[in-house]
Design a protein around this ligand. Structure first.
Ligand SMILES: [Zn+2]
Length: 182
């Protein structure tokens, strides 16, 4: 069974994206209910038939630790910066730039990495933004956890949209060409 299922908390707050298999086991154990299903398909087992879930909701509220450490990947970084070079606003040939260069002790933390296009990255070289005369468009910070809801998925089915905050859709443009792998 392939496919991704959006999981909402009991409060309808999106929690994460899970596999079809895991979603079915939550439904069968009555820990979740189906909110949106694919009308054209169902899941059959020897003993039962289930709707093919697309969005499910947990029956009991789950407390989620917010602002836990979120891994820095290029994908997450570009999504945080809305696929925009933080120096010139360009959207092509994006790279990861250390604001304080590593050669000068800058670390790989969310407040020291930004999206930069290749020409800006090259031009800035191992200088600080003010030394290079290249001010940042905004101060880098750790992204909101919402961003991570959808980063693990290949694409976002339109049925999910009403349940997701705008932030979680920030990277959609990256993947709209990919069909929903169900
Ligand atoms: Zn640039």
């Amino acid at each position: 069974m392939a496919g991704s299922v959006l999981v909402l908390n009991a409060t309808y707050e999106p929690l994460n994206v899970t596999t079809l298999w895991r979603a079915c086991s939550l439904i069968l154990s009555r820990k979740a209910e189906v909110l949106e299903a694919d009308p054209e398909r169902e899941i059959r087992s020897p003993s039962t038939t289930l709707p093919h879930p697309i969005v499910i909701r947990l029956v009991s509220y789950v407390r989620v630790p917010h602002f836990t450490s979120r891994r820095i990947t290029r994908r997450a970084l570009f999504a945080r910066d809305e696929h925009t070079c933080q120096y010139c606003g360009g959207r092509a040939r994006l790279t990861l730039d250390h604001v304080v260069p590593r050669s000068r002790g800058g670390g790989s933390s969310w407040d020291n990495v930004v999206t930069a296009c290749a020409p800006c990255n090259l031009r800035k070289s191992d200088r600080l933004p003010h030394e290079a005369g290249m001010p940042l468009r905004r101060a880098p910070r750790a992204p909101h956890p919402d961003l991570y809801l959808t980063l693990g998925t290949r694409s976002i089915p339109s049925v999910w949209h009403p349940y997701l905050p705008a932030r979680a859709l920030a990277f959609v443009e990256d993947t709209t060409e990919l069909p929903f792998a169900a």
